[in-house]
Ligand binder design. Structure first.
Ligand code: IMP
Length: 426
């Protein structure tokens, strides 16, 4: 029995969907613990590509219990669409459960996400899905939870608390049209028919399965540098994608988590605004973007691309207490003459070994690189670690040293089978 948390070590989009899918085949239960449909996980099985935003990628492995935990914010329209999309593709969704304590994304959250972003002088570059405003209401104790959909009276009472206030903001501050209570009621009570049967005490289900000795995977979205506390604030998301967030967002004690696996992309990407020391604005960056298909799953935005940053990886190892890592998209670097890894920053002539918490410092950090010879060989058909070219193994071994934990999985292509397993998680 193992409980493992899977976290992104960079700015999200590290390929967590694929690794979750690989691990889910050995897990009994997969749980999403934070974020919402700002995430986009792409999984390729055979010739079929699946794009998921809310439902845990584990749904693609037969017979797994998949849960959306209390820490997630749920847009019921997206959840309904995703369940129907999966059913249309013949995927069994009967083992899906959603926490009654998870908060709902409401139409005014989506409207305010765009309006607030527009009115800011400092743009965050949010995904515009209402994620931030939904978490704001959660912490203001003005949120509406999925459990409130169980009865018309509950839902109406909760909506009466918040809607007049939101409408005043929309009308008086932004000069926008207000939302009509009856329209929201009709729309959301319609979703309720699909969602209420899925409501579950997810924390209890996790614990019951733990006591039965089952393997449990806690699936994170986004990444460490997008964490509301530990990320590059204010260019962050509104939740805790880090390992600490897994315990709170799934509803289990931190002592129950046996393994924390960091997902490391073989290079770095970022969407949205904010400093990015190893960003490449040249042909090498374009090559990575094209080979890595680095365009957002959720928004289609081209991602900013750069070399791998070991300062970030050491920071992530610390914040998450990583016990191992999975390296993804290694094959994207196949044609490179040489591959660089940033090992420290130069800040006004001073060498920084640790990721700075002050964004003004980070903005001025210049990367200090270590250069590795490229392997210049296609890796996507390799399945054994020993068959990897020496140059690629040297790159991996260097990362193990930097992060202080072993690599357990190497991904050399988007397909489920394009995976090298070095150590077991479950
Ligand atoms: P929000 O989560 O939509 O509020 O966006 C806040 C910041 O997090 C923006 O810079 C987004 O681009 C970024 N972000 C949110 N979700 C993801 C993700 O799944 N991958 C990468 N970046 C993300």
């Amino acid at each position: 029995m193992t409980i493992a948390a899977l976290v992104g070590t960079q700015w999200g989009d590290e390929g967590k969907g694929k690794i979750t899918d690989v691990l889910a085949s050995r897990a009994d239960l997969v749980v999403r613990y934070q974020g919402g449909n700002n995430a986009g996980h792409t999984v390729v099985i055979g010739d079929q590509q699946y794009k998921l935003h809310l439902v845990p990628s584990g749904i693609l492995s037969k017979g797994k219990i998949c849960l959306i935990g209390n820490g997630v914010v749920v847009d019921p329209q997206v959840l309904a669409r995703e369940i129907n999309y999966l059913r249309d593709l013949g995927v069994d969704t009967s083992n899906l459960g959603v926490s009654a304590q998870a908060h709902l994304i409401m139409p005014y959250h989506k409207a305010l996400d765009g309006l607030e972003e527009e009115s800011r002088s400092l743009k965050i570059g949010t995904t515009g899905r209402g994620i931030g405003p939904a978490y704001v209401d959660k912490y203001k104790r003005l949120g509406i939870r999925l459990g409130d959909l169980s009865s018309k009276e509950h839902f109406e009472r909760a909506l009466d608390q918040v809607l007049p206030y939101k409408n005043r903001i929309l009308e008086k501050i932004y000069g926008q049209k207000v939302f009509k209570k009856e329209e929201i009621m009709a729309e959301y009570l319609d979703y309720a028919e699909l969602i209420v049967p899925l409501l579950t005490d997810t924390s209890l289900v996790i614990d019951e399965n733990r006591l039965k000795g089952k393997n449990i995977l806690l699936e994170g979205a986004q990444g460490t540098l997008l964490d509301i506390d530990h990320g590059t604030y204010p260019y962050v998301t509104s939740s805790h994608p880090t390992a600490g967030g897994a315990a709170a967002g799934a509803g289990l004690g931190p002592t129950r988590i046996d393994e924390v696996i960091g997902i490391v992309k073989a290079y770095t990407t970022r969407v949205g605004e904010g400093p990015f020391p190893t960003e490449l604005k040249d042909a090498a960056g374009d090559l990575i973007r094209e080979r890595g298909r680095e365009y957002g799953t959720t928004t289609g935005r081209p991602r900013r691309c750069g070399w791998l940053d070991a300062v970030i990886l050491r920071y992530s190892a610390r914040i998450n207490g990583l016990t191992s890592f999975a390296l993804t998209l290694l094959d994207v670097l196949d044609s490179m003459e040489s591959v660089k890894v940033c090992t420290a920053y130069d800040y006004r002539g001073q060498r920084l070994e640790h990721f700075p918490t002050d964004l003004d410092v980070l903005k001025e950090c210049r990367p200090i690189y270590r250069e590795f010879p490229g392997w210049k060989k296609g890796l996507s058909s390799i399945r054994e670690y020993q068959q990897l070219p020496g140059e690629a193994r040297a790159y991996l071994e260097f990362l193990e040293e930097e992060m202080g934990c072993p690599v357990k999985i190497v991904s050399v292509g988007p397909r489920r089978d394009q995976t090298i397993i070095l150590g077991s998680v479950f």
